[in-house]
Each structure stands twice: as structure tokens, then as C-alpha cells.
Design a protein. Structure first.
Length: 203
């Protein structure tokens, strides 16, 4: 989706720029698949080398020095494969975790990730075990980190376009009254109201 399409959906030009910038930080699944294929190719190459080294080791029977060199190369091959598999698993885990946080309507996946106990989350196929319970707790203790299911995209009762809490100005996050200066003041003086107004505007 490009900038023009986002604007056509009702976003301001600045909001569209932010969305495009955010997508630019995500890792496309195609790139992850490419990396997986690279590792598989590397594993095949190393397996082929191990086969050749094993054959050479048989032919070098009786030559102790050459036998040691071959064994060293075989050990290095095993270490290389293990390191690449570990990196691949971490990339896959990170990708699925970021996707899950976006699906959970996290406003800032990095901030939410910092509050998670990553060691207790395990990837089982396509499922992240141990994540759902942690997100449930965070949504209760740090609700401002997530899009509000109650306020997002809805108008408060009686058609009041403003939130309670003493704030009587137009919502600075709304399309028609977008105001970066007012957003900055709110973020500094009243972070909770800042997050409420932002959620109300559907951001």
C-alpha cells in the first residue's frame, strides 16, 4: 500500500508518512524466506564437504597429521552449521514475535517487547508459547501501550467529540483537527490523556 492509498482511506499526509515509515522498519516475510533458503543452501554445501572430508579421511589412513587436519575441518563445519541455525531460529522468532505484537494492536512493539520475559516465550511451529498470558497482563497494567478496543474509532456518548478529564479542545489527533503542537503539550503534561485522545482518533 502506498501513500496515496493511505490518504484515500482518510489519513492525513503526515499520518500516511508515519505508516509508510513504520512499514519500512518491518522485515518482509519474503526476505526472511530468502534467508532461510540461504542457510539451507549453506547446510547442503557443508554436508557435501563433510562427505568429501570423510572420504579423504579414509584415504589418509596412517597419516596422523593429515587425519588431525581433516578432523579440525569437520569440527569447524559442525560449528558453522550450529551458529547459522541459531541465527536463523532467532530471526524467525523475532519476526513472529513482532507480527504477534502488531496483531495484539501494540502501539509500539519495541516498548512492549522490552517489558516481556523473552526467555519464557518459546516458538512451537507457528505458535509463540507463553506470549498470550504476558500480553494479557500488560494490557491490564500498561493499557496505554495498546490500541483501545473500547475507544478506538468510536464517538463518545451523546456525540461529544472530546474526552472527559478537563480537556475541552478539539482532539489534536483527529483528521480534521490534527495539531502536532497540542500533541506535544499533551505528551509532556498529561501522557494518559494523550494516549486516550490518540486511541479515540483511531491511531
Amino acid at each position: 500500500m502506498n501513500k496515496e492509498a493511505l490518504i484515500a482511506l482518510g489519513l492525513t499526509e503526515e499520518q500516511a508518512d508515519k505508516v509508510i515509515a513504520g512499514f519500512g522498519q518491518m522485515v518482509p516475510k519474503s526476505r526472511l524466506d530468502d534467508k532461510i533458503q540461504e542457510v539451507k543452501d549453506l547446510q547442503k554445501q557443508i554436508t557435501d564437504r563433510d562427505t568429501q572430508l570423510a572420504d579423504l579421511k579414509t584415504k589418509a589412513a596412517g597419516n596422523e597429521e593429515l587425519q588431525k587436519q581433516i578432523q579440525t575441518l569437520q569440527d569447524q563445519n559442525k560449528t558453522t552449521v550450529a551458529e547459522y541455525e541459531e541465527k536463523l531460529q532467532k530471526k524467525d522468532f523475532d519476526y513472529k514475535l513482532e507480527s504477534a505484537l502488531r496483531d495484539a494492536k501494540s502501539k509500539n512493539p519495541k516498548a512492549v517487547k522490552a517489558l516481556l520475559n523473552i526467555d519464557s516465550i518459546k516458538l512451537d511451529g507457528e505458535t509463540l508459547l507463553g506470549l498470550e498470558d504476558q500480553l494479557k497482563v500488560l494490557k491490564e497494567s500498561d493499557a496505554y501501550l495498546f490500541e483501545s478496543e473500547k475507544l478506538g474509532g468510536k464517538t463518545p456518548p451523546a456525540g461529544n467529540p472530546y474526552l472527559p478529564g478537563g480537556y475541552s479542545k478539539p482532539n489534536p489527533f483527529a483528521k480534521d483537527t490534527f495539531n502536532l503542537t497540542e500533541q506535544g503539550i499533551l505528551l509532556r503534561d498529561n501522557p494518559d490523556l494523550y494516549n486516550q485522545l490518540k486511541a479515540l482518533a483511531g491511531q
